[in-house]
Design a protein around this ligand. Structure first.
Ligand code: FES
Length: 178
Protein backbone atom coordinates (compact mmCIF):
# COMPACT_ATOMS: atom_id res chain seq x y z
CA UNK A 1 0.00 0.00 0.00
CA UNK A 2 1.36 3.46 -0.89
CA UNK A 3 1.89 6.29 1.63
CA UNK A 4 -1.02 8.46 0.34
CA UNK A 5 -3.35 5.44 0.64
CA UNK A 6 -2.44 4.96 4.33
CA UNK A 7 -3.07 8.59 5.35
CA UNK A 8 -6.88 8.37 5.39
CA UNK A 9 -6.69 5.20 7.54
CA UNK A 10 -4.45 6.94 10.10
CA UNK A 11 -6.78 9.95 10.21
CA UNK A 12 -9.75 7.65 10.70
CA UNK A 13 -7.96 5.81 13.49
CA UNK A 14 -6.99 9.05 15.27
CA UNK A 15 -10.51 10.44 14.88
CA UNK A 16 -12.08 7.25 16.25
CA UNK A 17 -9.62 7.09 19.15
CA UNK A 18 -10.32 10.72 20.05
CA UNK A 19 -14.06 10.07 19.86
CA UNK A 20 -13.72 7.08 22.19
CA UNK A 21 -11.64 9.08 24.71
CA UNK A 22 -14.02 12.09 24.65
CA UNK A 23 -17.06 9.84 24.82
CA UNK A 24 -15.55 7.99 27.78
CA UNK A 25 -14.84 11.25 29.62
CA UNK A 26 -18.37 12.50 29.03
CA UNK A 27 -19.89 9.23 30.22
CA UNK A 28 -17.93 9.56 33.49
CA UNK A 29 -18.12 13.32 34.08
CA UNK A 30 -21.80 13.79 33.23
CA UNK A 31 -23.19 11.35 35.83
CA UNK A 32 -20.83 12.70 38.52
CA UNK A 33 -21.88 16.28 37.71
CA UNK A 34 -25.49 15.14 37.79
CA UNK A 35 -25.02 13.63 41.24
CA UNK A 36 -23.54 16.89 42.52
CA UNK A 37 -26.52 18.76 41.10
CA UNK A 38 -29.04 16.35 42.63
CA UNK A 39 -27.41 16.21 46.04
CA UNK A 40 -26.24 19.83 46.21
CA UNK A 41 -29.13 20.90 48.50
CA UNK A 42 -28.07 18.26 51.02
CA UNK A 43 -24.75 20.05 51.41
CA UNK A 44 -26.48 23.31 52.33
CA UNK A 45 -26.90 24.11 56.01
CA UNK A 46 -30.51 24.16 57.10
CA UNK A 47 -31.24 26.81 59.69
CA UNK A 48 -34.78 27.34 60.95
CA UNK A 49 -33.64 28.67 64.33
CA UNK A 50 -32.16 32.01 63.42
CA UNK A 51 -33.56 35.30 64.60
CA UNK A 52 -36.98 35.95 63.11
CA UNK A 53 -38.59 39.39 62.83
CA UNK A 54 -41.85 39.30 64.73
CA UNK A 55 -43.23 42.82 64.98
CA UNK A 56 -42.31 46.44 65.50
CA UNK A 57 -41.75 47.84 68.97
CA UNK A 58 -44.50 50.40 68.37
CA UNK A 59 -47.05 47.54 68.22
CA UNK A 60 -46.47 46.85 71.93
CA UNK A 61 -48.24 48.81 74.66
CA UNK A 62 -45.99 50.91 76.90
CA UNK A 63 -47.90 49.48 79.87
CA UNK A 64 -46.02 46.20 79.51
CA UNK A 65 -49.17 44.24 78.74
CA UNK A 66 -48.18 41.27 76.56
CA UNK A 67 -49.31 40.82 73.00
CA UNK A 68 -49.47 37.48 71.26
CA UNK A 69 -47.86 37.07 67.83
CA UNK A 70 -47.50 34.16 65.43
CA UNK A 71 -43.96 33.20 64.48
CA UNK A 72 -43.51 32.77 60.73
CA UNK A 73 -40.25 31.32 59.60
CA UNK A 74 -38.58 30.16 56.42
CA UNK A 75 -38.23 26.40 56.36
CA UNK A 76 -35.51 24.87 54.22
CA UNK A 77 -35.31 21.13 53.64
CA UNK A 78 -33.15 19.22 51.19
CA UNK A 79 -34.86 20.55 48.08
CA UNK A 80 -37.40 23.19 49.12
CA UNK A 81 -37.44 26.63 50.67
CA UNK A 82 -40.83 27.68 52.02
CA UNK A 83 -41.42 31.21 53.29
CA UNK A 84 -43.77 32.31 56.07
CA UNK A 85 -44.49 28.94 57.63
CA UNK A 86 -46.22 29.20 61.05
CA UNK A 87 -43.88 27.52 63.54
CA UNK A 88 -45.37 28.71 66.82
CA UNK A 89 -46.38 31.82 68.70
CA UNK A 90 -44.99 34.09 71.38
CA UNK A 91 -46.06 36.63 73.96
CA UNK A 92 -44.04 39.83 73.79
CA UNK A 93 -43.99 42.48 76.49
CA UNK A 94 -42.30 45.82 76.32
CA UNK A 95 -40.12 45.99 79.43
CA UNK A 96 -38.27 49.23 78.73
CA UNK A 97 -37.53 51.90 76.16
CA UNK A 98 -35.77 49.43 73.91
CA UNK A 99 -36.20 46.07 75.62
CA UNK A 100 -38.74 43.26 75.48
CA UNK A 101 -39.55 39.99 77.19
CA UNK A 102 -40.54 37.12 74.94
CA UNK A 103 -42.24 33.93 76.13
CA UNK A 104 -43.14 30.86 74.13
CA UNK A 105 -46.92 30.32 74.36
CA UNK A 106 -46.51 26.55 74.72
CA UNK A 107 -47.15 25.27 78.25
CA UNK A 108 -44.05 23.46 79.59
CA UNK A 109 -46.30 20.86 81.23
CA UNK A 110 -47.79 18.98 78.28
CA UNK A 111 -47.81 21.51 75.50
CA UNK A 112 -51.22 23.21 75.58
CA UNK A 113 -51.46 26.83 74.54
CA UNK A 114 -51.14 29.23 77.47
CA UNK A 115 -53.58 32.13 77.54
CA UNK A 116 -53.13 35.62 78.91
CA UNK A 117 -55.62 36.80 81.52
CA UNK A 118 -55.71 40.59 81.63
CA UNK A 119 -57.86 40.56 84.78
CA UNK A 120 -55.21 38.74 86.80
CA UNK A 121 -52.26 40.12 84.82
CA UNK A 122 -50.90 36.66 84.33
CA UNK A 123 -50.91 33.59 82.15
CA UNK A 124 -53.10 30.55 82.60
CA UNK A 125 -53.07 27.13 80.98
CA UNK A 126 -56.61 25.74 80.65
CA UNK A 127 -55.55 22.11 80.28
CA UNK A 128 -54.37 21.37 83.83
CA UNK A 129 -54.57 24.80 85.41
CA UNK A 130 -50.98 25.94 85.50
CA UNK A 131 -50.72 29.63 86.38
CA UNK A 132 -47.81 31.87 85.48
CA UNK A 133 -46.89 35.40 86.45
CA UNK A 134 -46.30 38.13 83.90
CA UNK A 135 -42.59 37.31 83.78
CA UNK A 136 -43.44 33.67 83.03
CA UNK A 137 -42.55 32.30 86.47
CA UNK A 138 -44.88 29.81 88.15
CA UNK A 139 -47.51 31.81 90.02
CA UNK A 140 -49.33 28.99 91.77
CA UNK A 141 -47.26 26.32 93.56
CA UNK A 142 -49.98 23.79 92.73
CA UNK A 143 -49.37 24.30 89.03
CA UNK A 144 -48.44 21.00 87.40
CA UNK A 145 -46.01 22.72 85.07
CA UNK A 146 -42.50 21.59 86.07
CA UNK A 147 -40.93 24.93 85.10
CA UNK A 148 -41.67 28.52 84.21
CA UNK A 149 -42.83 29.51 80.74
CA UNK A 150 -39.97 29.37 78.29
CA UNK A 151 -38.34 32.74 77.77
CA UNK A 152 -36.79 33.26 74.34
CA UNK A 153 -33.76 35.23 73.26
CA UNK A 154 -34.78 38.48 71.60
CA UNK A 155 -33.34 41.76 70.47
CA UNK A 156 -34.67 45.09 69.28
CA UNK A 157 -33.07 46.39 66.08
CA UNK A 158 -34.13 49.69 64.57
CA UNK A 159 -37.48 49.50 66.31
CA UNK A 160 -38.11 45.91 65.20
CA UNK A 161 -38.40 42.92 67.53
CA UNK A 162 -36.37 39.88 66.51
CA UNK A 163 -36.71 36.54 68.28
CA UNK A 164 -34.74 33.31 68.24
CA UNK A 165 -37.72 31.00 68.28
CA UNK A 166 -37.23 27.69 70.03
CA UNK A 167 -39.35 24.90 71.47
CA UNK A 168 -38.32 22.94 74.54
CA UNK A 169 -39.01 19.50 75.93
CA UNK A 170 -42.35 19.27 77.68
CA UNK A 171 -42.77 17.81 81.15
CA UNK A 172 -39.18 18.40 82.17
CA UNK A 173 -37.99 20.70 84.96
CA UNK A 174 -35.05 21.59 82.70
CA UNK A 175 -35.31 23.76 79.63
CA UNK A 176 -34.04 21.31 76.98
CA UNK A 177 -34.20 22.48 73.35
CA UNK A 178 -35.95 20.15 70.92
S1 FES B 1 -50.54 21.42 79.57
FE1 FES B 1 -50.60 23.26 80.66
S2 FES B 1 -51.04 22.68 82.64
FE2 FES B 1 -50.94 20.82 81.57
Amino acid sequence: MTEPDQAPDRRNFVTKAAAIVVGGLISVVAPVAGLFTVFDPLRRKTDTRGLVRITSLSALPDSGEPRKFPVLDTLVDAWNRTENVPVGSVYIQKTGENTVRVLNTVCPHLGCSVGYNAASSGYFCPCHKSAFALDGSIADPKSPSPRAMDALEAEVRDGEVWVRFQNFRKGSPDKIPV
